[in-house]
Design a protein around this ligand. Structure first.
Ligand code: ADP
Ligand code: MG
Length: 346
């Protein structure tokens, strides 16, 4: 009976708590790369080196030249709910950094062989800390240039159920490359160097400019870059800028649709719908527009704490934003509409 079946309630050990959180934050190597590169960007890095082996499953090593972490803070950096990015609910509501949950490092460290090495801008020496499957080592002195290196080996070595779901090296590498493309589009001012299995595989040169058409071209190809309309419109405390493709350049799938809200890559149904509507009478039925759009607004008007992986946001005034995006793009597309007869629907 129910009474006999009842078992004692117990507090779970930290490592298990972190492994449970990792289930939400760390889906595959690409999620690790995303979290670590975002940390590098939050730390003010100008250059990030990303070394991968076997699609990131064997090794992910991310090195940045950002502000670094003081040696005495290394254990804190890998403990749960420890963050330097917010200190209060008020900070959370106005958050401008990519991270704020203090979850990524402990989660990743609980499902890998993990090492954190850093030298803080104000420190004379570097230090390192190793963790294996959540078991914390000692902070050791270690030479390191200013900035931080995180090494993640053998992802999911201690979580066979997760490891089983990893795909072929090519596939995992493809996911990582897509994430990096997404980050690279938003931050052309930062240099990203990628190597795979010991060979340089991609270099995103720093463009020193936040609106780089060079990077647009590199990320999405010549065809896209040759058929863009430049967008930049502000109203009601909202700004929408970036590039949308002319209707003649369109896609079979939604594979070139990039939306950033205050610099964070997100998926948003309402904004995607607004874009689709703006294109409704200039695209063949079933074809998809291509775009790279940056929406900027007061961080207090958008809740970024919706999901642990931070892929989604919630707008306080979603309707207003939908209409702003629709009108801005509809207007921008007006000339393509006037120049030619509406395209037939198939
Ligand atoms: P969050 O990014 O949400 O704060 P993380 O677990 O990703 O949580 O990181 C925890 C803390 O460790 C960060 O708040 C930051 O202080 C520090 N940290 C992590 N990565 C870096 C880095 N590359 N450079 C400097 N500090 C870092
Ligand atoms: Mg983080």
């Amino acid at each position: 009976d129910a009474v006999a079946a009842a078992v004692a309630i117990r507090q779970l050990p930290d490592t298990l708590i972190n492994q449970i959180a990792a289930g939400e934050v760390v889906e595959r190597p690409a999620s690790v790369v995303k979290e670590l590169v975002e940390n590098a960007l939050d730390a003010g890095a100008r250059r990030v080196d990303i070394d991968l082996e076997e699609g990131g499953v064997r090794l992910i090593r991310i090195r940045d030249d950002g502000g670094g972490i003081p040696a005495e803070d290394l254990p804190l950096a890998v403990s749960r709910h420890a963050t330097s990015k917010i200190a209060s609910l008020d900070d959370l509501e106005g958050v401008v950094t990519l991270g704020f949950r203090g979850e990524a490092l402990p989660s990743i460290a609980s499902v890998s062989r993990f090492a954190l090495m850093s030298r803080h801008a104000a420190a004379a020496h570097g230090a390192s800390l190793e963790i294996e499957g959540g078991r914390l080592g000692e902070v050791m002195p270690k030479p390191h240039p200013q900035g931080t290196t995180v090494e993640v080996r053998d992802l999911f070595f201690n979580v066979p159920a997760r490891r089983k779901f990893l795909k072929a090296e090519r596939t995992e590498l493809g996911h990582i490359e897509e994430w990096l493309r997404q980050l690279a589009l938003a931050r052309p001012d930062v240099e990203l160097r990628v190597s795979h299995n010991g060979k340089p595989s991609r270099r995103w040169k720093g463009e020193g400019n936040l609106l780089s058409e060079v990077r647009l071209h590199e990320a999405l190809g010549e065809e896209f870059a040759n058929h863009v309309l430049r967008i930049d419109h502000s109203a009601a405390g909202l700004r929408l800028h970036g590039w949308i493709a002319q209707p003649v350049y369109n896609r079979a799938s939604a594979d070139q649709q990039y939306l950033y809200v205050n610099g964070r890559a997100v998926r948003d149904r309402s904004v995607a719908h607004a874009v689709k509507q703006a294109y409704a009478d200039v695209l063949f039925h079933g074809r998809q527009p291509a775009y790279v759009l940056f929406l900027e607004l007061d961080p207090r008007r958008v809740d970024v704490n919706v999901h642990p992986a931070k892929h989604e946001v919630r707008f306080r005034d979603a309707r207003l934003i939908h209409d702003f995006v629709y009108r801005t793009l509809h207007e921008a597309l007006a000339e393509t509409r006037a120049g030619s007869a509406p395209m037939p629907f198939s």
